[in-house]
Ligand binder design. Structure first.
Ligand SMILES: Cc1ncc(COP(=O)(O)O)c(C=O)c1O
Length: 492
């Protein structure tokens, strides 16, 4: 049989029951678990005793067993299990029309994982969109031997990307994180300084500040854009504040006019973290081009990818020159092997840049596809109670890096985490939104940032690859509606 495995370790607890549990209780558990089975286990040891399908239970009821009798009274066929060490090849031979889930046991006979077999196409949250051009340019690097950071593709990629953003300079780097670090180094930020960042972001935004010895100061987000709330920035400014890093989260621009106005008032630099927002527009201008500098990531799940990679864009020549020096071991541009500042090796390779050049030739197409997919999702999901669609302000062009929704647990009937688990069973991958950075063990500021916490707790990113087809988006929306209807029925 053609198909793929999904592993569902996180479901084991939800569907495990003791043999002395009543049929009534186990039926509810099977319904809630949404896998059509319960795992019977020994109470204290967790040792596997057998699989009970909803078919086994219903047949037993027809034959006259009472709802209050224990499930141990149900006659059930022998369960198919496998050892946790079983290879995928061996596993696939065990599946059949009637066998869709196989408990995987450790040497003590405890269930340590579940393998679910599915013949439907697996829909990932993200996958790169690569083609012939990328292959051709990367092959060129290999055939010519220009595989390190010198080579024609690096400059070409930097120029193409700067032009795309509408800035004078583009300075590539080894990642979005190093691009952030470089931009802060160029501003001279260091120990004792403070830099304002949203807490609702990926950890790199704050870590890059910490790399310089400065402290990240966390500010809450606004519900309208999910980005840093400009109204809460001023109260976070102190005499030590040197810069603000607004993040254009999930592809929607932050409120740049207000942020730039505050920065101007307090003489602060602005570095836009546009790692997720290539091509997004703030009032008609490209994100990344509005502050003193903008940074981008080209990690494999980003709008375009170079495998790993990053870029700083700016109109400021002085900053651009400094970044080039910090990126290249702090080496003087005038004199080889002379190092006046402490620098890093943060260079992008020619191979990465070759990928980037190939990707730049289709970036507009990729963004258009992201927007078309978002439109299709929103059309299908807009009237479902308990679902909030991604931000889409009038003055902005969201490029929907990941199409992410918020789930109101009360109105939808289950949490975003539970919805994610149920979609996984249907071969649909989802991802929670970023957890609040101020609550990460390395920062743990004990602040109360309610919007950020709400976004993190209720958000879910749906499959957002540009390879996804219209009918696959319809399938996802249909599954979400079906899951919602099932929970509504469970509630009444
Ligand atoms: C908002 C944000 N900033 C910075 C980064 C860092 O980029 P990279 O992974 O390329 O270091 C990422 C992504 O991973 C990101 O999402």
């Amino acid at each position: 049989m053609q198909g793929h495995f999904t592993y569902l370790k996180e479901r084991i607890e939800d569907i495990s029951a003791r043999e002395d549990t009543s049929i009534r209780k186990v039926l509810k558990q099977i319904d809630k678990g949404a896998l059509g089975i319960a795992l019977l286990v020994e109470p204290d040891t967790g040792i596997f005793k057998g699989i009970l399908t909803d078919g086994d239970v219903r047949r037993a009821l027809i034959l006259g067993l009472e709802l209050d009798s224990a499930v141990s009274n149900i006659v059930r066929p022998k369960s198919i299990t496998a050892s946790i060490d079983t290879s995928s090849e061996q596993l696939s031979k065990l599946f059949g029309e009637a066998v869709r889930i196989i408990p995987l046991l450790d040497k003590h006979n405890k269930v340590v994982d579940l393998a679910l077999f599915d013949t439907r196409i697996y829909l990932p949250v993200s996958e790169p969109n690569l083609g012939e051009k990328e292959l051709k340019y990367v092959s060129d690097c290999i055939l010519t031997g220009w595989v390190s950071s010198a080579g024609k593709y690096v400059t070409r990629f930097e120029q193409m990307f700067a032009k795309f953003c509408g800035t004078k300079f583009g300075i590539s780097s080894s990642s979005g994180t190093t691009a952030l670090h470089l931009s802060l180094l160029a501003l001279g930020i260091g120990a004792g300084d403070e830099v304002i960042v949203p807490s609702f972001t990926f950890i790199s935004t704050a870590n890059a500040v910490a790399f310089t010895g400065a402290n990240p100061v966390f500010v809450d987000s606004e519900m309208e854009t999910w980005n840093i709330d400009p109204q809460k920035i001023e109260q976070a400014i102190t005499s030590r504040t040197k810069a603000i890093i607004p993040v254009h989260i999930y592809g929607h621009p932050a409120q740049m006019s207000s942020i730039l106005e505050i920065a101007g008032k307090y003489n602060l630099a602005v570095v836009e973290d546009a790692a997720e927002a290539h091509g997004a527009l703030y009032k008609g201008n490209k994100t990344g081009s509005l502050g003193d500098m903008g940074i981008f990531s080209f990690y494999g799940n980003k709008i375009i990818t170079t495998g790993e990679g990053g870029m700083v864009v700016t109109d400021n020549k002085e900053l651009a020159d400094k970044i080039r020096i910090f990126r290249d071991h702090g080496m003087d541009t005038e004199k080889r092997y002379r190092h006046s500042v402490l620098g890093y090796n943060y260079r992008m390779t020619n191979i990465q840049a070759a990928l980037g050049v190939g990707q730049m030739e289709r970036i507009d197409q990729i963004i258009e596809q992201k927007c078309t997919n978002a439109f299709l999702y929103s059309k299908e999901l807009k009237n479902i109670p308990g679902i909030t669609l991604p931000p889409n302000e009038k003055w902005a062009k969201n490029i929907y890096w990941l199409y992410s929704i918020l789930i109101d647990e009360k109105k939808f009937g289950m949490s975003s985490v539970e919805l994610g688990k149920r979609l996984k069973i249907k071969s649909i991958e989802t991802r929670p939104l970023f957890p609040p950075v101020h609550q990460q063990p390395i920062y743990d500021t004990k602040q109360n940032l309610p919007v950020c916490e709400k976004l993190s707790n209720s958000g879910l990113s749906l499959p957002s690859s540009t390879n996804i087809k219209k009918d696959e988006i319809n399938r996802i929306a249909w599954e979400i509606k079906k899951i919602k209807n099932q929970t509504t029925n469970e509630m009444f």
